[in-house]
Design a protein around this ligand. Structure first.
Ligand SMILES: C[S@@+](CC[C@H](N)C(=O)[O-])C[C@H]1O[C@@H](n2cnc3c(N)ncnc32)[C@H](O)[C@@H]1O
Length: 391
C-alpha cells in the first residue's frame, strides 16, 4: 500500500465534453449547443425517473432512444466517467496490477452503453496498447460510443475499441478472451433487476471463466442502499466460495462487518468533484446535488489479495459532533472501528488535512484506546491518510 498521497483529481476531459455536445446537436437537429441542451432537459427528466436514487431500473427502457442517450451522455456520462476513473485509479495506484508486457491489454466493457468506462480506462492507463471489446444490448448506445470515440479519441495511440451487440449472459461467446480486465459499470444492477440477486454471483462465475489467470473484474454500481447491500452480500459470497478474491473496497476477506454490525449503513464512496459546465446547465430542471459523486464498487481477481498492514477504509464521513471528530473505518482485522478525536486536539494543520478526507479513504491511526462503552476508540490525533484517489 502506498504511504503517500499520490493521486491527482478526477477531471472530465474537455475533448469528451465537446464530442458529447456535438452529438447532442446532431441528436436534436439544433446547431446551437445551448438550444440542444435546453431541448434535452426534457428527456433528462424522463430518464431521471429510471436512474434515480430509489430505483435501479437503469437505462434499458431508453436504450434505443437517441435523444435520451444524448441526454444521458451529457448528464450521467461525466459522472460515470469520473466514478470509474476513481476506481481505476485505486486499482492502478494502490493495487498495482501486473499489466501484460509485449502485447496489448485485453479489456471487456460489459454493458458499455455510450462508453464512459472505456474512455475512463484510456485516460487512467494513458498507455498505448489497449484493446477494448464493448458489449451492450443497445445497438444505438454502441453506435454513439463509436461516434464519440471517433471524434474525441483518434489521437494516433494504439488503442482500439470493438463494439458488439450482445446480452451480458452471453459473454463467453466473445472470442477475444481471456480478458486481462472486465469492467461492468452501472450495468449489473440492470440485469439483477431482471433476473434477481443470485444472478450477480452466477454472472461473476461466468466472467471469472473468461479472465486470464492474473486478470481483474471491476464492478461499479450505484450507491443506493439496495445496490450497495447487494454488493456487500456478493463480496461475502465471493470471499467464502470464490472463484475470485476481493481486493477492494475491503482490505480483508472476512465476512462484511457492516452487514452484521451496522445494518443501517451501506458501504459506498462519496467523492468531491467539479462537474463540467454542460452538466451544470443540464441540471437546471433536475436540481440534483452534483457536488459529490457516490458509488459502490468491487475489485476482484483470481489472484489472492496481499495481507495488508493495519489500516482502515473509512465507511463514514469524518463528522464533527459535540466537541469531537468521529468516524467509522472497516479495518484489515475484519472489524468496524468507531474512532473519535477530541476537537481540542485538532490543530490548524490537522483541520487542513481533515478538509481532504473523504468516505472511502484508507487511513491508519496511532495510539487508540478503547473507551468504557467498549465500542468507541479514542485517538489523540487525526488519522494518517495512506491512500486516497483524486488527491
Ligand atoms: C446505466 S447504463 C451504463 C452504461 C455505461 N457502462 C456507463 O457506466 O455509463 C447500463 C447499460 O447496460 C446495458 N445493459 C443492461 N442490461 C443488459 C444486458 N442484459 N445485456 C447487455 N447490456 C445490458 C444497457 O443497455 C445500458 O447501456
Amino acid at each position: 500500500m502506498n504511504d503517500a498521497v499520490t493521486a491527482i483529481p478526477s477531471i472530465y476531459p474537455a475533448s469528451l465534453e465537446e464530442a458529447s455536445l456535438d452529438f447532442a446537436c446532431r441528436a436534436t437537429g439544433y446547431k446551437k449547443r445551448i438550444r440542444a441542451m435546453r431541448e434535452l432537459e426534457k428527456d433528462l427528466v424522463r430518464l431521471g425517473d429510471c436512474l434515480t436514487v430509489s430505483r435501479d431500473q437503469g437505462l434499458s427502457p431508453y436504450a434505443q432512444d437517441r435523444r435520451a442517450l444524448a441526454a444521458y451522455q451529457l448528464f450521467y456520462g461525466p459522472q460515470t466517467y469520473v466514478r470509474v476513473a476513481t476506481v481505476l485509479r485505486e486499482w492502478r495506484e494502490r493495487i498495482r496490477p501486473d499489466l501484460p508486457e509485449g502485447r496489448p491489454l485485453r479489456v471487456l466493457d460489459a454493458g458499455a452503453g455510450t462508453g464512459a468506462a472505456t474512455f475512463a480506462l484510456f485516460d487512467i492507463l494513458g498507455a498505448s496498447g489497449i484493446r477494448v471489446t464493448a458489449i451492450d444490448r443497445s445497438r444505438e448506445a454502441l453506435r454513439i460510443l463509436r461516434e464519440l470515440a471517433g471524434s474525441g479519441f483518434d489521437d494516433g495511440r494504439d488503442r482500439h475499441i470493438r463494439t458488439r451487440e450482445l446480452e451480458l449472459p452471453h459473454i463467453r461467446r466473445v472470442t477475444e478472451q481471456p480478458w486481462d480486465l472486465i469492467i461492468a459499470s452501472f450495468s449489473l444492477n440492470e440485469i439483477v433487476e431482471e433476473r434477481a440477486e443470485d444472478y450477480l454471483y452466477d454472472w461473476t462465475k461466468l466472467a471469472a471463466k473468461c479472465l486470464a489467470p492474473g486478470g481483474w473484474l471491476i464492478i461499479v454500481e450505484p450507491a443506493t442502499s439496495g445496490a450497495s447491500w447487494r454488493m456487500q452480500r456478493h463480496r461475502d459470497r465471493l470471499a467464502a466460495e470464490g472463484p475470485l478474491h476481493i481486493h477492494a473496497p475491503c482490505l480483508h476477506e472476512k465476512p462484511c462487518p457492516m452487514l452484521k454490525d451496522a445494518p443501517d449503513a451501506w458501504c459506498h464512496e462519496v467523492r468531491r468533484w467539479r462537474a463540467p459546465e454542460s452538466l451544470r446547465l443540464m441540471n437546471r430542471s433536475l436540481r440534483r446535488d452534483i457536488r459529490h459523486l457516490r458509488f459502490s464498487f468491487l475489485i476482484a481477481s483470481p489472484l489472492p489479495a496481499p495481507a495488508y498492514e493495519s489500516a482502515e477504509r473509512l465507511v463514514s464521513p469524518l463528522a464533527s459532533r459535540k466537541g469531537l471528530r468521529c468516524c467509522t473505518g472497516c479495518s484489515t482485522d475484519g472489524r468496524l472501528h468507531n474512532t473519535e478525536v477530541l476537537e481540542r486536539n485538532v490543530d490548524d494543520d490537522a483541520k487542513e488535512t481533515i478538509k481532504q478526507i473523504e468516505r472511502g479513504d484508507i487511513v491508519s491511526w496511532d495510539n487508540r484506546e478503547l473507551l468504557g462503552d467498549n465500542q468507541t476508540e479514542r485517538a489523540d490525533a487525526i488519522p494518517r491518510i495512506l491512500y486516497r484517489p483524486g488527491g
